[in-house]
Each structure stands twice: as C-alpha cells, then as structure tokens.
Design a protein around this ligand. Structure first.
Ligand code: ZN
Length: 303
C-alpha cells in the first residue's frame, strides 16, 4: 500500500459539506446542530485511518463551535458503515498519523503484538472512548449496514435512531476474536442477546435492536433525517450545561455499572486473540480478509 494514494487526514479547516472521507456542516435552529457525515460510500464507509482521524477532527470542530449544541453522526451512500477497513485499496494500516488519542506510542515502526496494541489503543479504543465523552449530545442516524466497527461508532453516540432497513452485526467471532475492540455489547444489548449475536455472527434488525434497548427509535427510511432533526431541535432548546451534565451523569452510571473496566479487561482478551491468530501462522485476523468476510456475512468488516 503506497502512501501516495491515501489522502491526508482532514484538519479542522479542511472539513466541509462535500469533504471526504468525512463531511461536515452545521444547520438547524441558529446553526446549533453539527452534521458529521461518513463519506466514503464507494467502500460502504469502511473505516480506514484517514476516516478515523478525519472523524476526530470533525468532532473537535463541533465541540469547539460555541453555536453547536448537538451533533448528528450520519452516513452517505447505501450503508452506515461496513466496519473497519480490512480490504479496500485505501487501507492505510501502516500509514503514520500524529497520535491524537495520545494513549500509546506510534505503531508504524513497531511489529507484531506491539504494533497491534499501539494502533488499536490509539485508533479504535482511544478515539471511541474520547468520542463517547464529547460534552454535547451525539445522535447516530443509522441506515443500511452497521457492522462490527460500525457498531462502535453507533455505540459511542448517546442516541441511536435507525431506519427500518438498518441492520447490525458483529461477526468477528469468525476470526476467533471476541467482538470488536469497544466492547459495549453486554451493556448495549444485554448479556444473553450479546452472546447470541456474538456466537452466531448473525444480523439483527433495527426493530430487534429497539426491542433490546440498543436503538431509541425506528422509522421508515424516508422519515429518518426529519425524525433525527426533530429530536435534535428539542435538544438544542435546552441549555448546554444541562445537556453535557446530563450526558456525563448517565455515562458515570454506565461506568459504575462496569462498562469502562470490563472494556479494559476484554481488550486484553481481544489482543490475545489477535496474537493467537498470528502465532498460529496466519494473520492477526485469522485469515479473514474482506472478501471472505463478505462471503460469510453482510459486508467486509474487520476488527
Ligand atoms: Zn482488533
């Protein structure tokens, strides 16, 4: 993979309504809603590092804008996100970006388990955790596929509103891996549902997700943007202090219920899985590249 074909991650000034791989615009009453749009539709919004770092810039822009009081995370194209990029021509696993989560050293001059832990601590776990703590409400507007790493993006949001054609899965047990890095499964789904979707790797529908408490509302596809806008409008009528303290309060409760500690613990087992796969002679994904995952599940999606 040559660095030459990979665009640099977007900075705060690069973001616009058409920018790729993440688009950014503000709207709603008094421009109080920031719309952060995954914009890599030709690859089902598979998340390469360029997208992840650009997403981080977009969230920072929204946090820094004093007019913005709520954020909508949505996607262009047929699907919300097929997960982490494990097979597109712009996969940029080995490309250096300045660490923004700053929880570990750069991975690009490392190898093996050291490299995997460094990259996933920065790009997956570190950024997702920071995004969960964004001091403004974030609504996920989900349509189409929301697979594996796509679930991570939906789960860091405070609200999930899905269209009735949305579907979800985390099929990475097929790689011998116990779910995606941001292990919120048991909290987002309940323990037995979490086991069911992990053990089978099967899709679950928006209606099921709502029934299990993971999704707030399910609406027809053509009503999705208006429904999200209506919820955002109600939120931005509230004082920002009330919003961010309410968010913090619920997040504190979730952490007291064990989310943060269990995620740390499971992250170790996740990396045992990567290492065991690599040690057995294959790659750290258990030989499951995007093509084989596509054949066995909905979309190319990795961990
Ligand atoms: Zn991983």
């Amino acid at each position: 993979m040559s660095d030459a074909v990979i665009p640099p991650a977007l900075g705060l000034d690069d973001l616009g309504p058409e920018s790729t791989p993440v688009a950014y615009e503000v709207g709603g009453p008094d421009n109080a809603v920031a719309y952060v749009t995954l914009n890599r539709p030709e690859y089902r919004n598979a998340q390469n590092s360029v997208m992840t770092y650009s997403l981080d810039a977009a969230f920072r822009k929204a946090v820094d804008d004093p007019a913005v009081k709520a954020i909508v995370l949505r996607a262009n194209g047929k699907h919300f996100s097929a997960g982490h990029d494990i097979g597109t021509p712009e996969r940029d696993f080995d490309t250096h970006y300045d660490n923004v989560a700053a929880l570990h050293w750069d991975h690009t001059d490392k190898s093996g388990a050291d490299q995997r832990l460094a990259r996933e601590t920065e790009v997956y776990m570190g950024m997702c955790r920071r995004w969960r703590e964004i001091p403004k409400p974030v609504i996920a507007q989900v349509h189409g596929a929301c697979i594996a790493g796509g679930l991570m993006l939906a789960w860091i949001c405070d609200f999930i509103v899905a269209s009735d054609d949305a579907f979800f899965s985390d099929p990475v047990a097929r790689m011998g891996i116990p779910g995606v890095e941001y292990f919120a499964h048991a909290y987002a789904l309940g323990t037995r549902r979490a086991k069911e979707i992990l053990f089978t790797g099967e899709r679950f529908t928006a209606a099921q997700a709502a029934d299990w408490g993971m999704v707030n509302h399910v609406v027809p596809r053509d009503e999705l943007p208006a429904t999200v806008d209506a919820i955002a409008e109600k939120m931005v009528a509230m004082p920002l202090q009330g919003l961010f303290l309410s968010k913090k309060a619920v997040n504190i409760c979730e952490d007291q219920m064990g989310l943060r500690n269990s995620m740390d613990s499971v992250f170790g087992w996740h990396h045992f899985a990567h290492a065991a796969n690599a040690e057995s002679g294959g790659d750290s994904l258990g030989g499951m590249d995007a093509k084989s995952m596509k054949a066995s599940s909905a979309n190319g999606s990795g961990s």
